[in-house]
Ligand binder design. Structure first.
Ligand code: CO
Length: 477
C-alpha cells in the first residue's frame, strides 16, 4: 500500500450530502482580511448525492447548491441554498425524475428521445458554474438552461428565456467573456449534429450566431478556447452517435465512447466572419478545462493551453462508486498542462508539455490575460503525484518554470479564484479565494492566499462542510 491511507481517504467527506441551508452573518476569522477586498464569492456545486435511498452514480450528478461569501470591512458572511429546480422539487417528493450526467431514472423510450432531442424534460440541475446573462446572475450547466438567482438572497428566480430562435441540446458551463461580449456554443443533435457558435452582448438575452459546422460524431467537451481571433473547439475522441443515444437507454455520458484512432480535431471559428478552419493531430487527448489561448503572431499560429489526460478514464474515476469505495490503491489520473500550437493555414498541430504536475480546476488572472500571453496558472493539484487519490493542494504554475504549492494534511481545497489587488499592473498581484474541506474538523473554510507566493492571509470558518463543488465567481462590490 502506497502512502498514508488515513490521509488520502479523508476526501470522501467532500461527497457527503449537505442538506442544511444556513445563513451566518459573521464567520470566525483567523488572520486579517485586507481592507481593499470587498465583494462576493459565489460558488456552485452538487450538495446532495443520495436520492430514493440510492446514491447517484457520479460527482457531476448531485443536486446544485449555491454558496455565498460576502466579504467587507474584514468580515465574512456565509449563506447556502439549493437551486430550486424541477430536479430539486422531484427530489423533495422522494423521486429521481430527470436524467443527469451519469444517472438516469430510466424513462420510456419516447421520453428519452424527447429528452435527447429537445432537452425539454431536463431537470435544469445547473450545478457547474456561475455566470451572468443580461442583468441576472445564473447557475450554469451543460444543458442550455441557465437558472437565474438573486445574488442577495440566493433565491432561485427561474430558467432564463433567451429572446432568439437559437436551439440546441448541449452547451458548456464555461462561456468566455471579452470586451462586453460572451461567447459559447450550442450543440444540436441530429443525424448530422451542428455546433452553433454564438455571441451574447452585455445586457442582452439575444444570442447572435457567429458560425456553424456539422459533424457525424459530436465530442464531449466541457469547455473551449478563445483567442483574439478564434473560438477553438478541441474535439477529443470521446464521441457519441446521437441516433443510437436516443434508443440505447443509457445515462448521458455512458453513450460516449473513446475512439483514440480518430485523433483530436481542432475547429477554429473566426469571431468576426464565422468562417471555420480545421486542424488535426493523430494524437488522442481528453480534457475538461482549457486554460488560455492566444494568437501567436508568428506566422498565423494559435497557442492553446489546456490540462489534458492521455485518455478519458478520468470520467470513470469521478463515479461516486469509484471515489467512495477506493481503498487507496488507485491514484488520481495523471494529467499535464500542455500547449498546442495550431498552424491555421496548414491545418497542423504540434504540442509540448508546459507543466508535468497533475492539476484540475485551473484559473488565471482572466481580466488581464484572457486570450493574451500570460505567465501564471492557479489550480488544485495533487500533493503526491501518483499516490494522492484526490485533489488536495493549491498550486501556482509559473510558465517560466516554477511551481508553488499550498497544502496541509487532511485539507482539500477547491478551485482557487483569482481576485486582482489594488496594483492591477502585476499579473499575480492579488488574492486567491478557495473553499477548503477540513476533513479532520469535518467543516469547510474560506481560505485567502497571497497569489504571489501562496502564503496564507486569512481563513473564515463555516460551521458545516461544503461538499466538493466545481466553479465560482467573484463579484466586486
Ligand atoms: Co468546469
Amino acid at each position: 500500500m502506497k502512502g498514508d491511507a488515513k490521509m488520502t481517504c479523508d476526501y470522501k467527506k467532500g461527497f457527503a450530502d449537505q442538506t442544511k441551508e444556513i445563513t451566518v452573518s459573521s464567520l470566525e476569522v483567523e488572520g486579517v482580511i485586507p481592507d481593499w477586498l470587498s465583494g462576493t464569492l459565489v460558488r456552485n456545486g452538487p450538495a446532495r448525492f443520495r436520492l430514493e435511498g440510492k446514491t447517484l452514480n457520479h460527482w457531476f450528478d448531485g443536486l446544485a447548491m449555491l454558496h455565498k461569501f460576502d466579504i467587507a470591512n474584514g468580515h465574512v458572511s456565509y449563506a447556502n441554498r439549493f437551486l430550486d429546480t424541477p430536479a430539486l422539487r422531484a427530489a423533495k417528493d422522494g423521486k429521481m425524475k430527470y436524467g443527469e450526467f451519469a444517472t438516469d431514472p430510466c424513462g420510456s423510450l419516447f421520453k428519452r428521445i424527447t429528452q435527447v432531442f429537445t432537452g425539454s424534460t431536463s431537470g435544469a440541475n445547473a450545478n457547474v458554474s456561475i455566470g451572468k446573462i443580461a442583468k441576472e446572475f445564473v447557475a450554469q450547466t451543460e444543458t442550455p438552461l441557465p437558472v437565474a438567482f438573486d445574488i442577495d438572497t440566493l433565491k432561485t428566480i427561474g430558467i432564463i428565456s433567451y429572446s432568439d430562435e437559437l436551439k440546441g441540446n448541449l452547451t458548456t458551463a464555461h462561456p468566455h467573456q471579452d470586451q462586453g461580449d460572451q461567447f459559447n456554443y450550442l450543440l444540436s443533435f441530429g443525424r448530422k449534429s451542428t455546433y452553433n457558435v454564438y455571441r451574447l452582448s452585455d445586457g442582452s438575452k439575444k444570442r447572435q450566431l457567429i458560425g456553424s459546422y456539422s459533424t457525424d460524431r459530436p465530442s464531449y467537451m466541457h469547455s473551449f478556447g478563445l483567442s483574439q481571433q478564434y473560438l477553438i473547439l478541441m474535439e477529443f475522441p470521446l464521441v457519441v452517435n446521437p441516433i443510437s443515444m436516443s434508443v440505447r437507454g443509457k445515462p448521458f455520458i455512458a453513450n460516449y465512447t473513446w475512439k483514440p484512432e480518430r485523433g483530436t480535431r481542432f475547429s477554429l471559428v473566426d469571431r468576426q466572419t464565422g468562417e471555420v478552419r480545421y486542424a488535426h493531430t493523430d494524437e488522442a487527448w481528453f480534457g475538461f478545462h482549457h486554460v488560455n489561448a492566444f494568437d501567436n503572431n508568428d506566422h498565423g499560429k494559435i497557442d492553446l493551453d489546456i490540462i489534458v489526460y492521455p485518455d478519458a478514464d478520468v470520467v470513470q474515476y469521478f463515479y461516486l462508486n469509484s471515489l467512495l469505495n477506493k481503498r487507496n490503491q488507485e491514484a488520481y489520473p495523471k494529467n499535464e498542462l500542455r500547449r498546442f500550437t495550431i498552424d491555421v493555414s496548414a491545418g497542423t498541430v504540434s504540442s509540448r508539455r508546459l507543466v508535468d504536475h497533475s492539476a484540475e480546476l485551473p484559473r488565471i488572472n482572466y481580466e488581464q490575460c484572457n486570450s493574451k500571453t500570460y505567465r501564471y496558472v492557479y489550480a488544485n493539484g495533487i500533493a503526491r503525484q501518483g499516490e494522492s487519490a484526490f485533489l488536495d493542494t493549491v498550486v501556482k504554475f509559473d510558465l517560466a518554470g516554477d511551481i508553488k504549492e499550498w497544502r496541509q494534511d487532511g485539507q482539500y481545497p477547491g478551485e482557487p479564484v483569482f481576485v486582482a489587488g489594488p496594483d492591477t499592473q502585476s499579473e499575480d498581484g492579488g488574492i486567491l479565494l478557495t473553499v477548503v474541506l477540513d476533513s479532520t474538523a469535518n467543516n469547510s473554510y474560506l481560505l485567502l492566499l497571497d497569489a504571489r507566493d501562496l502564503s496564507e492571509i486569512a481563513r473564515a470558518s463555516v460551521p458545516q462542510h461544503v461538499p466538493f463543488g466545481f466553479h465560482g465567481a467573484y463579484i466586486r462590490s
